[in-house]
Design a protein around this ligand. Structure first.
Ligand SMILES: Cc1ncc(COP(=O)(O)O)c(C=O)c1O
Ligand SMILES: N[C@@H](CCCC[NH3+])C(=O)O
Length: 432
């Protein structure tokens, strides 16, 4: 367990969190290298090493820094990027190009050019005209790229509406209507500029049930069969996305990777035998499940407002700018007063941020020890989609990030300064 309690204090991956807050300041993201490595090991042990012809591409949108690229490379995973910026970060960390896969529903020409110039491993084509753009670029550059089609299998998944992606009414993926998908497949098979590797689907995020993965798989396996029958073309790869849920609160019953992947692999093996094709290489794209529980955020408690008989608001020095998820998805978190970790939780309070928004609430009705100004509050499971979704709202600077491992800490992202925040701003002559 990366979180332990000693001498009334919360420790994370062997580091005293109160000391971390003192040394690096708050608010502060703290990422446990041990926890990230353990998740990568689970993926290797229960998927990559268990089944041959498999890859895992870390969905870097969950948490991406240069150091994270180094960890992912060292742990033997590939990388999924969804923008020129994510691709650039991977390139700057010398992440091997052939291990990069590029997703996204509206890649720009410049982003596609960057990807093709860097000779990345796969482009996941997400819309009908994207292959035309890729072909134009490849023609000009005399290149050929590996592509997959992201399809929308039309299944619903049990998560917040903003993070489900596999239903038909979605901006992501190519719909599976015959008159749409088959001409697209024919185009890809015949393209002189693309190696058509197969299909990709991703049903949604933060899932604790394998039902939608399995339903989507059935639909896409049928597409593989149709492609084989219609064009005598066996697609060599299948990307089944990510979406594996984590534990934010006691209410989340998270499952191991094997719970999702074993039944899917069994289905795919059987299907391949049945239709007489070599089993395609299977790719997964986990993001949140690798980093989510590996991160905590440390805050200093400031103003406390007790509205008798109504609610006690405990304000921290960060909020929706460093974690938008409660405001955006009504996401639930748990936390603890890090310097009073063994004290009885006698109070019910609402932990809120410092932004000028009533919705800037991190945890509603948290059970906490008797809190005072200056205490350190730790919010758990903030490793995914906090840092990467942060903003400068109210001109709050972006946080520093510290990587911890077995009692040692190293800064991997410096705190943004006020000066850094305005460095791209210009006062035109007309206003001087
Ligand atoms: C295409 C694709 N792959 C992978 C992911 C990663 O999902 P998660 O972080 O839930 O594993 C997402 C995000 O939901 C996605 O859209
Ligand atoms: N940003 C989302 C997940 C990403 C969905 C991407 N398709 C979250 O914080 O839960």
């Amino acid at each position: 367990m990366d979180r332990t309690i000693k001498n009334n204090t919360l420790y994370f991956d062997g580091c005293n969190t109160v000391e971390l807050a003192k040394k690096y300041g708050t608010p502060l993201y703290v990422m446990s290298e041990t926890a990230i490595v353990e998740k990568c090991k689970e993926i290797r042990d229960t998927f990559l090493n268990k089944y041959e012809k498999t890859r895992a591409a870390y969905a870097s949108k969950a948490f991406l820094t240069l150091s994270m690229c180094k960890i992912i490379e060292r742990e033997g995973l590939c990388m999924d990027v969804v923008s020129g910026g994510e691709l650039y970060t991977a390139m700057k960390a010398d992440f091997p190009a052939e291990k990069i896969e590029f997703n996204g529903n509206n890649k720009s020409i410049e982003e596609l050019q960057l990807a093709i110039d860097y000779n990345i491993g796969r482009i996941i084509v997400d819309g009908l005209d994207e292959l035309d753009l890729i072909e134009e670029i490849c023609k000009e550059k005399g290149k050929k790229v590996n592509i997959l089609y992201r399809v929308t299998p039309g299944v619903k998944s049990d998560s917040h509406d903003y993070i489900v992606t596999g239903k038909k009414d979605s901006k992501f993926g190519i719909p599976l209507d015959d008159e749409v998908i088959f001409p697209a497949i024919e185009h890809a098979i015949k393209s002189p500029y693309a190696n058509f590797m197969g299909f990709h689907f991703h049903v949604g995020s933060q899932l604790h049930d394998n039902e939608s993965h399995l339903k989507a798989l059935d639909i896409v396996l049928k597409l593989i069969k149709d492609t084989k029958e219609k064009y005598d073309y066996a697609t060599p790869e299948l990307n089944i996305g990510g979406g594996f849920g984590i534990k934010y609160t006691e209410a989340d019953h998270k499952k191991p990777y094997a719970y999702f992947l074993d039944p899917m692999m069994e289905k795919i093996e059987q299907f391949s035998k049945d239709i007489g094709i070599e089993r395609p290489e299977i790719v997964i794209e986990p993001g949140r499940s690798i980093v989510g529980e590996a991160g905590i955020t440390l805050y200093t408690i400031g103003t406390i407002k007790d509205i008798k008989g109504i609610r006690k608001y405990v304000s921290v020095d960060g909020g929706m700018t460093d974690n938008i998820r409660p405001a955006l998805y009504q996401a639930k978190y748990e936390g603890i007063v890090a310097n009073k970790a063994e004290e009885p939780k006698t109070e019910t309070v609402t932990i809120c941020g410092k932004c000028c928004e009533s919705g800037d609430v991190l945890i509603r009705d948290a059970q906490v020890a008797d809190v005072k100004r200056g205490d350190i509050f730790a919010v758990f499971s903030t490793g995914a989609y906090s840092y990467t979704m942060a903003s400068n709202y109210n001109k709050n600077p972006l946080l520093a990030t510290v990587l911890v491992k077995e009692g040692k800490s190293e800064i991997i992202v410096k705190r943004q300064s006020y000066e850094h925040m305005i460095e791209n701003e210009i006062i035109p002559d007309s206003l001087k």
